[in-house]
Write a protein of this length. Structure first.
Length: 123
């Protein structure tokens, strides 16, 4: 009985850890409303810090935010186009493996001094 409980706990931890690393933040894999809201909150705090450090006026801050949003929209569109292309190339099994590999890759970058998509230090 004790072994069964331990196996269930370890299994739960493994599953939870896998889903935590399945979201890269850009490609949309693993998105849900909570993660998107958390990401938006972090982005707002990040931009507010930049506004303050640069001493921006409200007008400048609004323009900078709009430019950042345009950049993020373009990145998201490019990532979606890439994923759509991959879906037309790979079969379901290969696509599942690719998504898992990307989750593992991005999870392994946690704590590294690398930005998303950086090739520095890649294996």
């Amino acid at each position: 009985m004790k072994r069964k409980i331990i196996v269930m706990i370890v299994g739960s931890l493994i599953m939870a850890g896998g889903t935590a690393h399945a979201h890269c933040g850009v490609c949309g894999v693993g998105d849900d409303d909570t993660k998107v809201m958390k990401k938006d909150k972090k982005m707002t705090a990040h931009m507010d810090k930049w506004h303050h450090k640069l001493g921006l006026s409200e007008d400048q801050a609004a323009k900078m935010d709009a430019a950042k949003q345009t950049k993020m929209d373009k990145i998201a569109a490019a990532d979606k186009e890439y994923m759509d292309t991959l879906k037309s190339i790979l079969n379901e099994e290969q696509m599942s493996k690719y998504i898992k590999m990307m989750g593992d890759h991005h999870g392994s970058m946690k704590g590294d001094d690398m930005s998303h998509g950086s090739m520095k230090g890649s294996k």
